[in-house]
Design a protein around this ligand. Structure first.
Ligand code: PMP
Length: 278
C-alpha cells in the first residue's frame, strides 16, 4: 500500500515520521476522513473546504491549495486501487524542537493513507450518554481528540457503539458523529457552533431532509427530551446515516428504526449513486 507524504506517494514501509513533529508533541494539526465509493472520494470538495477552514482557525498555513490536495487524494485512491474505503489525511504544524511556541516558520507535514471498508454497514447503534469534557473549539477538526477518545472507551465499556455527549445537560454530538432526534416528523440537532464539529454528513442530511419537506430545527436541546423522541440517528462520513435503537447512561431511551430515518437513508443512498455515476 502507498501513503501520502507531502506531495509524494510513497510505499508505506518507506514513510518516515519525525519524533519532533508537533503533531506528536502537542496534537498540533488537523485532519479529514473521506469515504470512497466506486473509486471516487464522496463530497471531497466539502471536506477540502472544511480542512482549509480548520487550518485558518489554527493559524496553520495550507501546504497546498485545496485543488492540489484533492488531486493527491484521488491519486492515492488510484495508486492503491481502492474501490470502497476511506482516505485519512492530516497536516501537522511541522517539525521543530519541542516548544509550545510556534514560530510561523515551520513547514507543515502532510501524511495520508487509505483503507478498504466492508460493504455491509452497521444496521443500528446503541449510545452511551455521558459528559462532554472537550475544549471550546470542537468546530475545528484537530487531531487532538482526547475527550472524544475517552468518551468512546467509556461507551464501549458499557457495551455501546458510540458515546453521546452532553455539556451541562445540553446534548452536543457523538464522539465521532453528529446526532439527530425526530419528533412529530421534525428533526432536531445542535446548531453548528463552536461546541460541535459541523459534519459533512450532517450538512448533507439537513439538505436532504429539507428537500423532502421536513422541518429541521438547529437549536440546542436538553438531554431530558431524548426519551420523548420518536426516532434518533447519528451521521458520519464512515457510518453515513445510522439509526439509534437505544440510549443508556445519563438518560435512557429506546427507539424503533422509524420511517423518517429510513426515508433519509434512502435519500442518502441516492446521493451516493448520483456521485458514482458522474
Ligand atoms: N463530530 C465529530 C466529533 C466527529 O469526529 C465526526 C467525524 N469525524 C463527526 C461529527 C461527523 O462528521 P462528518 O460527517 O464530516 O464525518
Amino acid at each position: 500500500d502507498y501513503c501520502l507524504y507531502q506531495d509524494q506517494l510513497v510505499p508505506r514501509e518507506q514513510l518516515k515520521i519525525d519524533p519532533e513533529d508537533r503533531g506528536y508533541h502537542f496534537g498540533d494539526g488537523i485532519y479529514e476522513v473521506v469515504h470512497v465509493y466506486h473509486g471516487k472520494a464522496f463530497a471531497l470538495s466539502d471536506h477540502l473546504t472544511r480542512f482549509k477552514e480548520s487550518a485558518e482557525k489554527l493559524d496553520l498555513p495550507m501546504l497546498y491549495s485545496t485543488d492540489k490536495l484533492g488531486e493527491l487524494v484521488q491519486q492515492l485512491i488510484e495508486k492503491n486501487k481502492l474501490e470502497h474505503g476511506m482516505v485519512y489525511f492530516q497536516m501537522t504544524r511541522g517539525i521543530s524542537p519541542r516548544n509550545h511556541l510556534y514560530t510561523r516558520n515551520e513547514t507543515p507535514v502532510l501524511t495520508g493513507f487509505s483503507k478498504p471498508l466492508p460493504d455491509e454497514k452497521r444496521e443500528s447503534v446503541r449510545l452511551y450518554l455521558t459528559d462532554d469534557i472537550r475544549w471550546l473549539r470542537c468546530d475545528i477538526k484537530t487531531i487532538n481528540l482526547l475527550g472524544n477518545v475517552l468518551a468512546k472507551r467509556e461507551a464501549t465499556d458499557h457495551q455501546c457503539d458510540e458515546a453521546l455527549l452532553h455539556r451541562d445537560g445540553t446534548v452536543t454530538e457523538g464522539s465521532s458523529s453528529n446526532v439527530f432526534l425526530i419528533k412529530n416528523e421534525t428533526l432536531y440537532t445542535h446548531p453548528a457552533t463552536n461546541l460541535i464539529l459541523n459534519g459533512i454528513t450532517r450538512q448533507i442530511t439537513i439538505r436532504l431532509a429539507k428537500a423532502k419537506g421536513y422541518t429541521v430545527v438547529e437549536e440546542p436541546f436538553p438531554k431530558e427530551v431524548i426519551k420523548d423522541a420518536d426516532e434518533a440517528f447519528i451521521t458520519s462520513t464512515i457510518h453515513e446515516i445510522t439509526p439509534v435503537t437505544e440510549v443508556i447512561g445519563d438518560e435512557t431511551a429506546h427507539f424503533p428504526v422509524g420511517p423518517v430515518t429510513k426515508m433519509l437513508q434512502q435519500a442518502f443512498a441516492e446521493e451516493i449513486a448520483k456521485h458514482s455515476q458522474t
